[in-house]
Design a protein around this ligand. Sequence first.
Ligand code: PSU
Ligand code: MN
Length: 307
Amino acid sequence: MSEIVTVHPEVSTALAEGRAVVALESTILAHGLPSPDNRRIADEIEGAVRAGGAVPATIAILDGVVHIGLTSDELDRLCANGDDFTKLSVRDLGTAIALRTNGATTVASTSVLAHRAGISVFATGGLGGVHRGWEHTLDISADLSVIARTPVLVVCAGVKSILDVPATLEYLETASVPVLGYRTDAFPGFYLADSGLSVTWRVETPAEAAAVVAARRELNTDSAGVVLANPLAQDRQLDLGLHDRLLADGLALLEREGVSGKDVTPRLLEFFHESSEGESLRANVELVLSNARLAGEVAVSLAELTA
Ligand code: PSU
Ligand code: MN
């Protein structure tokens, strides 16, 4: 069988030298952010990881080969042809490789591939979660069960209020995944700094977050990942009225169009971006960049602790 995983030389060198590397997902580029803005934002996200002191590794599948770290040309391809990249969760990876397709990785599949490559810190925008109405649809993102068995630290801005946020936090508790608030006691709600729910622990510095990971390893309680929830600043969050209107209209649109399963998140994001005159995109980009920067700093601290 030919090589199924290829690691960008800058990433493999950094890993070999024990330097900080941060994994980035490709679903937000292919299906979460509009083209052509996504291409510029991809560079900005990688730049934020570098500003934090780490090497970025955007993960995607190109022609059936897993890429850990993309070249500029590969980012061009991913961002210009998002629709040609299937949204891949963990269960899809083997099939995408065998059938030699292109695919964008979610939080779940990026986490698994990052861990396999030896990368322990991962930055994204929002986590998938338990969907409203899960009692009937059973729609619970594989992001949750995969984080529960994959030792990576995921930096995110919480989950969107389109989800059932209390149920998502209950799931993570049951699955023994710690949720750490970064300089906050509130679990963030993606566009909003505060979802209305609390986290049980807060950390004040990247070094504290890294120390949590190191302690879990030492104690051998690190079979699950860690969620580091990093909110937008209050004065950068989406206007509350706009947020509530988008949420109500978005949920109604899903119902009307009969959207379900893995199409829910991309369709909602598209709707938000179209109906908020750029405000949802502005907030989305700011939170991803903030997460990428923080993830870089945590990865640096972790590399120092484990040197
Ligand atoms: N949440 C966002 N933006 C996103 C996603 C989630 O705010 O782009 C994407 C991520 O890739 C996440 C995936 O892993 O959606 C979850 O999809 P699902 O709910 O179908 O598991
Ligand atoms: Mn789902």
